[in-house]
Design a protein around this ligand. Structure first.
Ligand code: SAM
Length: 299
């Protein structure tokens, strides 16, 4: 099967398409289109697409990256919210018989069912230059809804890439770092300056590859509770961990018991959340979960 050679991915071709369709950028959709062939090449290489792969692209824009993905993959489904881009995509993706474009809000698409239908439940690779206003819900949605995901190679704000990759003690460390690292191994692929996009975003960007762990690196008795503990621990950064947790109604454990538990773990009673590793959070979550079950006896 011969597919067209991609002809997008530089400023001239993007301008030509935008002009042809008199396209008006929608700020509310986070539209910053990639116009740098080197960055495209890095994303495609890092995503390790083979001709066996089913790929989901979130936000194809005018179809620049979609062309490169379609040239390599078995099948591509691209989810684009902006209906003005649909005729553009029909044009730029003409001849790529392995691409389906869905005109939907990705946050409302049942990606898990989509993968089951399209790929018989086999793992999918996600590749995207993400709309920055919804990066976290998209990434967490993919992980938490148990989409069979092999990897996600995504362009995000530089600051978000730093948060995903950081560890205890860093100013960037927080709930997002722990959630991402619970599900995946994050890797920085490239830093990308604003001039690689049209229009230029006000912030720096970075490509990260998240390779999903076959099984999480720590064991949580109750995953949902672990994430409640993590979120509550970082809710008020200036507070001690015990203060943050004891003020969270969803945790519902008295401060004294939380402090005793920290001590039991060999930590100071006034320790701060940003110093704990994922392993320590998992242990804390598991201990608190057990204590919560016998709370009336403890208080
Ligand atoms: N992939 C293109 C590129 O690299 O040139 C465009 C990337 S642009 C940063 C983000 C794209 O996501 C835009 O096309 C935008 O319309 C689309 N988008 C924004 N919100 C979306 C949503 N909720 N669901 C699906 N697509 C969305």
């Amino acid at each position: 099967m011969s597919r067209p050679v991609p002809n997008l991915g530089n400023p001239q071709s993007t301008i030509a398409v935008l002009k042809k369709y008199q396209f008006v950028f929608q700020k509310k959709f986070g539209q910053n289109f990639l116009i740098d062939p080197h960055v495209l090449d890095k994303i495609i290489r890092a995503s390790e697409i083979t001709e066996e792969d089913f790929v989901i692209e979130i936000g194809p824009g005018i179809g620049t990256m979609t062309q490169f993905l379609a040239a390599k993959a078995h099948k591509v489904t691209a989810v684009e919210i902006d209906k003005e881009l649909i005729p553009v995509l029909e044009d730029t993706l003409h001849g790529y018989d392995n691409v389906t474009v869905l005109n939907e809000d990705v946050l409302k698409v049942d990606i898990r069912s989509l993968v089951e239908e399209q790929n018989e439940g086999r793992p999918v690779k996600v590749v995207a230059n993400l709309p920055y206003y919804i990066t976290t819900p998209i990434i967490m949605g993919l992980f938490e809804s148990r989409v069979p995901l092999e990897s996600a190679t995504v362009m995000v704000q530089k600051e978000v890439a730093d948060r995903m990759r950081s560890g205890p003690g860093s100013k960037d460390y927080g709930a997002l770092s722990l959630a991402v690292q619970y599900y995946a191994r994050p890797e920085l692929i490239a830093n990308v300056p604003p001039n690689c996009f049209m229009p230029r975003p006000r912030v720096g960007s970075a490509v990260v590859r998240l390779t999903r762990h076959e099984k999480p690196p720590v064991q949580a008795v109750d995953e949902g509770f672990l994430f409640q503990v993590i979120r509550a621990s970082f809710n008020q950064r200036r507070k001690t961990l015990a203060n943050g947790l004891s003020h969270a109604p969803e945790i519902n454990i008295p401060k004294e018991i939380i402090e005793d538990t920290l001590e039991e773990m060999g930590l100071f009673r006034n320790v701060r959340g940003e110093t704990l590793t994922l392993e320590q959070f998992a242990r804390l979550g598991n201990l608190l979960w057990k204590k919560r079950e016998v709370l009336p006896e403890l208080t």
